[in-house]
Design a protein around this ligand. Structure first.
Ligand code: NDP
Length: 325
């Protein structure tokens, strides 16, 4: 049995909790939180403990799945706990991945542990598919489309506007752009041509809707470069129709082979009812690999690029060869 700990109990922590519970070769030992453990109600039978227990370095776990936020938690937490346990995170600030990798490499190498970073679907499964495609077809182009799905970061940005009570933002790929890419045309697409943004916003009574709509549409980095639609709805409607966290998207790669320009299109597509539950399932499979590899003596920072696929599966290698090849 692989003994698993979860650090941080938000959307992703709950997703990992479900995935580990469904894995017969894993035991969920404890969920660790920075909050008062007695205030948390969890769905599984796992113990709920404080991060103070984790800080002793004495917890009996084979791998710790860190489910805290990418913005400020993970840059600090993953290197810290990589010095004590095998760890895995879902760090998704793409520009800072090299820095996160270097910090985790230092800590995990010194401790004789593995620290696998940036696991999930993007980064994660999408990254793998971009890498496979570009390795097989070096003459080609990768396109990534996201959605339709809820972007938490963009929803939060709207919530910070004065007069806004709650909001949900969907990222939506532009159908014509998808079709042009799938046809093998290799188009050059601007940010605006690839995705649109749909916002569902609940405002305070008497709020100035025209001002709020303008502020959303003109928000730099978040909305200014996109065609954005803003729909004002009631709190009940938001709860009823927009309370889930669906997401997904596609990595589409178009490339050429041979001397006559034969074209090939590779597409990997995800349509997820629950972003955190799917991400949690990916982290759980990679946690299995981390635990196994460390038992074989492997140490240091890793990403999904470094893990051979057979290590993800609970199925024996000979059975994989007999039935999955
Ligand atoms: P949440 O905001 O739900 O949770 C983040 C942390 O906040 C938790 O670990 C928890 O820590 C704390 N927290 C949660 N709920 C509460 C609450 N009610 N009150 C106070 N604190 C709370 O974030 P998500 O779980 O949705 O996402 C985590 C990260 O996963 C994101 O930052 C994102 O970057 C990443 N991600 C990566 C993906 C990928 O494909 N690579 C895909 C999806 C997400 P504690 O228990 O210690 O208080």
């Amino acid at each position: 049995m692989i003994k698993v700990g979860i650090l941080g109990y938000g959307n992703l922590g709950r997703g990992v909790e479900a995935a580990v519970t469904l894995s017969d070769d894993m035991e969920l030992v404890a969920i660790y939180t920075r909050r008062d453990p007695s205030t948390l109600t969890v769905k599984s039978n796992a113990a709920v403990k404080s991060t103070a227990d984790l800080d002793t370095g004495k917890e009996d776990i084979d791998v710790l799945i860190i489910c805290a936020g990418s913005a400020t938690d993970l840059p600090e937490m993953t290197p810290k706990y990589a010095a004590l346990y095998n760890v895995i995170d879902s760090f998704d600030t793409h520009a800072r991945i090299p820095e996160q990798f270097a910090n985790v490499e230092k800590a995990s190498k010194a401790a004789g542990k593995i620290g696998l970073i940036s696991c999930g679907w993007d980064p994660g499964m999408f990254s793998l598919n971009r890498l496979y495609a570009t390795s097989i077809l070096p003459k080609g182009e990768a396109y990534t489309f996201w959605g339709k799905g809820v972007s938490q970061g963009h929803s939060d940005a709207i919530r910070r506007i004065e007069g806004v009570v709650d909001a949900r933002q969907y990222t939506v790929p532009v159908p014509e752009a998808l079709e042009r890419v799938r046809s093998g045309e290799n188009p050059e697409l601007s940010t605006r041509e690839k995705h649109t943004r749909e916002c569902y916003v609940v405002v305070e009574e008497g709020a100035d809707k025209a001002r709020i709509e303008k502020e959303i549409k003109e928000m730099p980095n978040y909305f200014a470069d996109y065609d954005t639609t803003v729909n004002f709805i009631s709190e009940e409607e938001l709860k009823k129709n927009h309370s889930g966290l669906p997401h997904g998207g596609s990595v589409i790669y178009t490339g050429e082979t041979g001397f006559d320009g034969n074209k090939h299109v590779i597409e990997y597509s995800l349509n997820l009812d629950s972003n955190p539950e799917f991400t949690g399932a990916v982290l759980t499979a990679y946690a299995r690999a981390v635990s196994r590899l460390n038992k074989e003596g492997v140490t240091g920072a890793k990403t999904v690029f470094d893990i051979a696929p057979a290590y993800l599966s609970p199925i024996a290698p000979e059975e994989l060869r007999a039935h999955f090849l």
